[in-house]
Design a protein around this ligand. Structure first.
Ligand code: G3P
Length: 213
């Protein structure tokens, strides 16, 4: 119905807020898409502008996914689903996906956005908290061991469908299917990173310096 379509559009617009681009332009007079990996996401903001910009971008991007996914609940279109509680309706999943699409293809930034990791994380935080925490643990472990953010994102992406199916099972078919699609989406958005990883050219995080090497 009309209500659901308007809320979906709202979720897309919400996801479209290009935090990395706007924070870079407003406070540093820099479009992060012209530097580093060229990605309008938290990782590249950390890389180009340091943690002062990276942390707010990361938090706001997570918030975008979380809020969009909970929009239906907030405005009374769904009775289930605030803050990681199950069951989740397909409509709520669709809202999260709309926000992720906004992040990837932002109407407010020429449709050149990010790779969706922080926004997807916000979304899965809203859908299934234990599995989201499992993913973040995998992400941090891979990042600490390899110093590749992209590899951490990809491994966390693999962990989500495993988490919602076997470790903290939701028994909700749409959540499991969503998890698998999310994993594929991450592989698609990280194609260039995967190529660089294979060639040994992916940039590593240097935890002891402000910028990456
Ligand atoms: O969050 C995206 C991350 O996995 C990779 O970002 O800038 O290194 O391509 P980037």
């Amino acid at each position: 119905n009309v209500n659901s379509i308007s809320v979906l559009i709202l979720a897309y617009l919400f996801g479209s807020i290009p935090t990395a681009v706007w924070i870079g332009q407003a406070f540093f007079n820099i479009d992060v898409r012209e530097y580093g990996s060229g990605n309008a996401g938290a990782t590249n903001t950390f890389r180009v502008l340091g943690k002062k910009a990276g942390i707010p971008v990361m938090l706001l991007d997570i918030l975008k996914g979380w809020t969009a996914t909970n929009l239906a609940y907030m405005i009374g279109l769904a009775t289930t689903g605030p803050v990681g509680s199950l069951p989740f309706t397909n409509f709520q999943l669709a809202l999260g996906i709309a926000a992720v699409m906004g992040h990837l293809f932002p109407v407010f930034a020429g449709f050149r956005g990010g790779k969706g990791i922080a926004t997807l994380f916000g979304m899965i935080l809203a859908v299934n908290l234990p599995s989201a925490l499992l993913c973040v643990s995998v992400f941090i472990a891979v990042l600490l061991i390899t110093r590749y953010v992209s590899l951490g994102s990809i491994m966390a992406g693999f962990m989500y469908p495993i988490g919602v199916t076997f470790i903290f099972p939701t028994y909700i078919k749409s959540v499991i299917i969503y998890g698998m699609c999310m994993c594929v989406l991450i592989l698609v958005t990280h194609q260039k990173n995967i190529e660089r990883l294979i060639r040994g050219k992916e940039s590593k995080v240097n935890f002891f310096k402000k910028k990456e090497v």
